[in-house]
Every structure is written in C-alpha cells, then in structure tokens.
Design a protein around this ligand. Structure first.
Ligand SMILES: Cc1cc2nc3c(=O)[nH]c(=O)nc-3n(C[C@H](O)[C@H](O)[C@H](O)COP(=O)(O)OP(=O)(O)OC[C@H]3O[C@@H](n4cnc5c(N)ncnc54)[C@H](O)[C@@H]3O)c2cc1C
Length: 433
C-alpha cells in the first residue's frame, strides 16, 4: 500500500491537536522546474530537516523536497517524547554489539537530546519543551529488573538523571493503580513535535535551504550526479539523502526491505481543569508504559491529555480513531469516562527488525537514514546531522550507526500486511500475560 497517499489528504496536515496549535509558517512552493544543487534531500521530517540545516551550514547548496508539508509525516504527529538512549536498552546493545560500541551508542543518544535542546535554543523554537519521562511497569514482575537497570545506568554509564520509582510513589504521581513501579528520567523530556519540525524548517530556510512542499519524488537515478525526479521537475545533485522513513514505499526497495511501516494513533482530550490534569500526572512528565503495544501519554501545554496507544492490524487507519484509542485511555484513567475527545489522528513510523535505526549508503553519493522504531525525536534529528557530516566528508559517526546490522524483514512487500498482523497479535498477546 502507498502509505504516502493512503490515509491522509494530500498536502494537508491531519486534523491533530498539533496542527491546530501549530506556529504559523508560510507554505513553501512546489518544484515545477529542473534544478541543480550540491545536496538533495527527500523527506522533510526531523531527519531531512536536520540534514538540510547542517548541510547548508557547511555552505552546501541544499534542496529539500517533501511530498506533502514540512513535518507532515511522523515528525509532526508523534508522542513528543524525547527519550534517552537508543530504542533498545543498554543491556541488549551490549549483547548485540559489545560493551565498547554500546557505550558509543549511548553517547550518541545523549548527544541527540543535547542537539534537540541546542537547536531549540539557537533557533528560538517555541515547542513547549518540558523535562521528564516516567517509564511505568504494568506488571509487578518487571519492577526488580527496572531497579537493576537504573543501577546499571548510574554505575556503568554515569547517568545520574534516572531514578527508581516504587509502587507507592508511582501511584502518587499518576492518578491510576495500573502500575507497580518504574523509573523517572529527568534528563529526558517532551515537546510539541510539529512545532519542533516547523522551527527546524524555518531555521533551514534561513540557512539557505531551498524547500519544496507538495513535491513527491517519483524516482531516483544514481550517477555521478544523482537525478531525483518529481512530477513537474527534477533535481540533479552531487549527493542525495533519502529521509522518507515509514513512507519510503517503492522509492527504494532495499531500504523498504529493512524498514517496515507501522501505524500508531493518538487522541487529545478537551482541556482539563488544572486540578484534574495534575491528578493524572502530578509532575508533568511524559509517561510510557512497559507494554509491547505501548501506552504513552502526557499533558499538553493547555492541559489536555494526549494519549497514544492501541494495536492495528492493517495499514488503513481505523475509521473512528478517537473511539479506537479512547478504550485504552479509559483502562488507565477510568475517571475520564465523561471527558470529551477533541482530536484523534494516526501516523506511520518505520520500524526495523532489531529496533535500531537503519542508516545505509545506497551508492557512494546516495545515503538513507530511517527506521528509528518509535524513538526518533532525538535520534532522527541526530542521524540527519550525521548524514550531513558524511556528505561533508566526515563519515565516521554515520558509519558507526550504519555498522549496526538491521536485518531484512522476511518476505518483502507482498507479505507486509500479514506479517504486521501476525506481529501485532503476538505482541498484544504477550502484553496480556
Ligand atoms: C503516532 C506516533 C508516535 C510516535 N511517538 C514518538 C515519541 O514519542 N518519541 C519518539 O522519539 N518517536 C516517536 N515516534 C517516531 C518519530 O516520530 C519518528 O521516528 C521520526 O519522526 C522520524 O522522522 P523522519 O524524518 O525520519 O520521518 P518522517 O517524519 O516520517 O518524515 C518522512 C517524510 O518523508 C516524506 N516522503 C516520503 N516519501 C517521499 C517521497 N517519495 N517524495 C517526497 N517526500 C517523501 C513524507 O512526506 C514525510 O514528511 C512516533 C511516531 C508516530 C507515528
């Protein structure tokens, strides 16, 4: 299925809380002629925006193309959680790539959070950034492992901003008895994701990037100068970067063999009275729970509960997203039974088999970065910067990420929907055990 055009109105943001509260920006033109440049980037999410900004800052003539709008994809629709580390925990990474590389991956992830903060500060991006993510265990048997993991990060990685939270404390922070313990990461945070993307777009344009919206790339011809084709024009570029994530589709079969799209859904309640809002999450942290089909939620700047969750077995968005997600919210917060849901929207993210980003060199002058597996607010922003470094001639950090093997999904495109359904049933069942 062509997810770039399947679930949304072309060239328009979904009717989300984020779009309704987006900072105003002028639309960019559509590409309607042929042009030349040093670097052409396909996809204006965090990966593409960060890459474009960092390329332009090196003095490279940079063109950024998006089929729809800046931040139209996952970057403008996500849960806004700026988490620490990689998507996989450090124990898994040590087993996967050894202690030394696991430490370097941790350092890169720390840098990704700092990069987001630095970009927000430097470009004065108004995106409601707040500290704190609380990871909540939905099974009592997970709590001992959480305590051990906190100790490990403090002792082996010197990460002091994480602390264990016991059952009594978690119930005093969250107005629910759904959890048995967890960990609070004060070094992580949450933000308005679309406003981050729009701010990066503004910064990239100010740095000289030529941005074209409503410009779908229909094909890519490799060569000394790559040729990027769109419906009304083409770009010839010394370097190209594919930053299409879950929407890559048929544009590159190799990347789409490694990065599988998956949909996820969020609702926003009506603004809550501040005492009710504080009774749900007293410390204003974002929350992510321990389910495989994860519930994640937080309060918005205007005191709505933004709640993400739910499993979906195909690539079509459910017809009634508010009703679809609300039942998961009510399992955690039954006290919101009478609260109106103002917005519900879906988005497509790219996941990999081992949940590590897929960075690849498709040709000497064509790169791709995607597959952040639900952990892209920081990592996509950083990987865009790493791609810009590689294009500028310093490839060591891009190559480090690219050296983490992300196996192909079995079966190719034809088996995608049944594979996805199977995986979702498996994970949903595991959560119930
Ligand atoms: C519902 C949801 C919740 C999430 N929650 C979190 C979270 O809380 N924390 C977190 O860290 N991560 C989260 N993620 C993941 C995170 O949003 C992504 O990892 C990140 O935004 C990826 O950025 P990107 O730039 O690589 O891709 P995207 O933001 O998806 O951008 C890809 C862009 O490429 C464009 N494109 C694709 N193909 C073409 C083409 N042929 N021609 C032109 N343009 C094209 C698309 O229009 C799109 O704008 C979530 C994702 C979703 C969907």
């Amino acid at each position: 299925m062509d997810l770039l055009n399947a679930n949304d109105r072309p060239g328009q943001y979904p009717e989300s809380y984020y779009a309704a509260t987006a900072n105003r920006v002028d639309a960019c033109p559509e590409l309607d002629a042929d042009t030349d440049c040093d670097v052409c980037i396909v996809g204006a999410g965090y990966t593409g925006l960060s890459a474009a900004l960092h390329c332009a800052e090196q003095g490279l003539d940079t063109v950024l193309l998006d089929a729809h709008r800046i931040g139209w994809g996952a970057s403008g629709r996500n849960g806004g959680q700026l988490g620490s580390g990689q998507r996989r925990d450090q124990e898994d990474l040590e087993a996967m790539v050894g202690a030394d590389k696991a430490h370097r991956l941790w350092d890169l992830a720390e840098e990704s959070k700092q990069l987001v903060h630095a970009l927000i500060d430097r470009h004065q991006i108004d995106c409601d950034i707040r500290p704190g993510i609380l990871y909540a265990d939905h099974r009592a048997r997970f709590v001992a492992g959480t305590r051990d993991y906190v100790n490990k990060l403090r002792s082996d990685y010197g990460y002091e901003k994480l602390r264990f939270v016991g059952s009594e404390e978690i119930r005093s922070i969250l107005g629910t008895d759904a959890y048995f313990g967890g960990m609070l990461d004060e070094g992580a945070g949450h933000l308005h994701p679309l406003n981050l993307a729009l701010g990066l777009g503004r910064a990239a344009a100010a740095a000289g990037v030529r941005i074209f919206e409503k410009t779908e790339v229909t094909g890519l011809e490799p060569g000394e100068k790559a040729r990027i084709n769109t419906r009304k024009g083409s770009v010839r570029a010394r370097f190209a970067l594919l930053a299409c994530n879950g929407y890559i589709g048929a544009l590159d079969a190799d990347v789409s063999g490694h990065v599988m799209p998956i949909n996820n859904f969020i609702i926003a309640t009506a603004p809550l009275p501040s005492d009710l809002a504080r009774s749900l999450i007293s410390n204003n942290a974002a929350v992510a729970d321990s389910r495989n089909v994860i519930n994640y939620y937080r309060l918005s700047a205007d005191n709505r509960l933004l709640f993400g969750g739910g499993e979906n077995y195909g690539y079509r968005f459910p017809p009634d997203i508010p009703a679809f997600v609300r039942k998961y919210m009510l399992r955690i917060y039954p006290q919101l039974e009478d609260t109106a849901i103002d917005f519900g929207w879906g988005g497509t993210l790219g996941i990999t088999v081992n949940r590590m980003p897929h960075l690849a060199r498709l040709a000497p002058n064509i790169l791709s970065a995607s597959g952040y597996s639900g952990h892209g607010v920081g990592m996509a922003t950083l990987c865009g910067k790493l791609a810009a470094e590689a294009i500028g001639g310093t490839a060591a950090r891009f190559d480090l990420m690219a050296s983490i093997p992300t196996p192909r999904f079995p079966g190719g495109g034809a088996l995608r929907t049944p594979l996805l359904a199977l995986a979702m049933v498996y994970y949903a069942l595991k959560d119930r055990l």
